[in-house]
Design a protein around this ligand. Structure first.
Ligand code: ADP
Length: 185
């Protein structure tokens, strides 16, 4: 978990490489569907472009299907899910049905000014259509209102690992790997 621009996608990909498990990003799956012009993509586009969450029913089904695929059987990293309390409940059910559980929940932290600077830069480099000023502000607000409080719940379960997302990419990967070592045994 972590606000937009904290570096979740970058660090998730690196960690996945090291652990030999897939990094599953709900945002990437939506973007691939949008690009491919699928029904799911057309629906997702209406929400992502505005910075709104895609409806839970759609997102939950998509995650359930993805986690049931063979490459996730030995482990996975989720990036961008769960983002609200209902998705936490759903994820618990999905994992129980698969007979698995979370080893850890990482929260990558960064200040809003740094996030805005990174996202403005990303907007120029990548040209994502949800990196407009309005959609960025909306996503950060939704993160603060709906997603950030979830870390409390995971903290109470003893799963939360908080990592400072400010610094060089390699340095943050090292911090992350160190912080996760106890949880990953
Ligand atoms: P960011 O973290 O910059 O918002 P993501 O790639 O994680 O980028 O997500 C892009 C968009 O995809 C979100 O703004 C939202 O519309 C949609 N999305 C991603 N994950 C979820 C989710 N768990 N629930 C609902 N919508 C989601």
């Amino acid at each position: 978990m972590g606000p937009q621009g904290a570096g979740k996608g970058t660090q998730a990909a690196r960690l996945a490489d090291r652990l030999g498990v897939p990094a599953i990003s709900t945002g990437d799956i939506f973007r691939a569907n949008i690009k491919g012009g699928t029904d799911l993509g057309r629906l997702a586009q209406e929400y992502t472009a505005q910075g709104e969450l895609v409806p839970d029913s759609v997102t939950n089904d998509m995650v359930r299907d993805r986690l049931a695929q063979a490459d996730a059987a030995e482990g996975f990293i989720l990036d961008g899910y769960p983002r609200n309390a209902a998705q936490v409940t759903e994820l618990d059910e999905i994992l129980a049905a698969l007979g698995t559980r979370l080893d850890a929940v990482v929260e990558l932290t960064a200040e809003r000014d740094e996030l805005l600077a990174r996202l403005r830069n990303r907007a120029q480099v990548e040209g994502r259509d949800d990196d407009t000023e309005e959609a960025i502000a909306r996503r950060l607000d939704i993160y603060a209102e709906q997603t950030a409080p979830l870390t409390t719940a995971y903290g109470e379960r003893g799963l939360l690992v908080r990592v400072d997302g400010i610094g060089e990419i390699d340095e943050i990967t090292a911090r992350l790997t160190d912080a996760l070592a106890p949880a990953l045994g």
